[in-house]
Design a protein around this ligand. Structure first.
Ligand SMILES: NC(=O)c1ccc[n+]([C@@H]2O[C@H](COP(=O)([O-])OP(=O)(O)OC[C@H]3O[C@@H](n4cnc5c(N)ncnc54)[C@H](O)[C@@H]3O)[C@@H](O)[C@H]2O)c1
Length: 271
């Protein structure tokens, strides 16, 4: 996709962080926005500030873990936009902690949002995009944790590896429909992700059940903390080139190489 003028972009988790920054970057290129987020107040604020700037925008409160919500979002987006060109499956949450310490509710919440969210995005939006016959682009936010597992991020690593696999699969399966696919794999980006607990439903333990990193753990993390705006610029450039993988941190490359080498070396024992 080489220009975004009048394109209709649906962005989940569009009221904060990476989703909001990509919305801003797309709006600056003349795209029309459909923002979806579970947080009504943040969504209202985002929509109001886009409207003030003269951007064509609508917002719809959406819980991506609910298939019904995603169906309603798609109905709304195809209706108000007259079609959909970009779907950004971005909403995500993090529960910190070792994989062996993850509770059933930690797993359920992580998988419901991070894995079922983008699954619903594929199932509900992609056949309609194919049917409308005007190509488009499907974006996902995974994480570098989906390529190389982080310590103390058990369920999150698993969920984000699934998102990478979803993007890789979709890329192969929609190529002939002129639909591009990209997956964003960031290390740390300045956002509200460390405050994910704010959106944890009571039936899955509520915010008090969510472990967050301590200040010392945050300090010890590898990689720079990058702002959302340059990340959004990378996302638009990757869509223009139809790159599958979008990396944000050069320093991540060595960690990936070590993983690739470990997998590759193990073939010496293969039959
Ligand atoms: N910030 C980072 O360091 C980082 C690194 C790698 C990957 N990511 C991923 O980036 C994506 C965006 O997160 P962010 O860093 O901008 O954090 P953020 O918390 O600032 O934004 C996430 C948005 O998703 C929304 N959301 C949460 N649960 C939802 C649900 N069930 N349905 C709909 N919306 C929901 C939140 O209200 C919020 O507006 C996530 O998938 C996250 O896992 C972030």
């Amino acid at each position: 996709m080489d220009n975004f003028l009048d394109k209709v972009a649906v962005i989940t988790g569009g009221a904060s962080g990476i989703g909001l920054a990509v919305a801003e970057a797309l709006a600056a290129e003349g795209a029309r926005l459909v923002l979806a987020d579970i947080e009504q107040a943040a969504l209202d604020d985002a929509v109001a500030s886009f409207e003030e700037a003269g951007v064509a925008v609508t917002g719809m409160r959406t819980d991506v873990s609910s298939r019904e919500d995603i169906v309603a979002l798609a109905d709304h987006a195809f209706d108000v936009g007259g079609g959909v060109d970009i779907v950004f499956n971005n909403a995500g949450v993090a529960v910190f902690g070792a994989i062996q310490d993850m509770t059933q509710q930690d797993w359920a919440w992580t998988m419901n949002v991070n894995v079922w969210g983008p699954i619903h995005g594929i199932e509900v939006f992609v056949p309609r995009m194919i049917e409308q016959g005007r190509g488009g682009h499907v974006l996902f936010t995974a994480s570098f944790a989906g390529l190389v597992a982080n310590r103390e991020l058990g369920a999150y690593n698993v969920s984000k590896a699934a998102v990478v696999a979803m993007a890789e699969s979709l890329r192969k399966d929609v190529r002939e429909h002129n639909i591009g696919v990209s997956v964003l794999c960031p290390m740390r980006v300045q956002s509200n992700i460390d405050l994910s607990a704010r959106n944890r439903p009571d039936e899955l333990g509520g915010s008090a059940a969510n472990r967050t990193y301590t200040a010392e753990e945050l300090e010890a993390l590898d990689g720079r903390l990058i702002d959302t705006a340059p990340v959004a610029a990378l996302v638009l450039d990757a869509m223009r080139r139809n790159d599958l993988y979008i990396h944000t941190h050069q320093e991540a490359a060595t960690y990936f190489q070590r993983r690739a080498d470990r997998i590759s070396d193990a073939f010496k024992h293969a039959l």
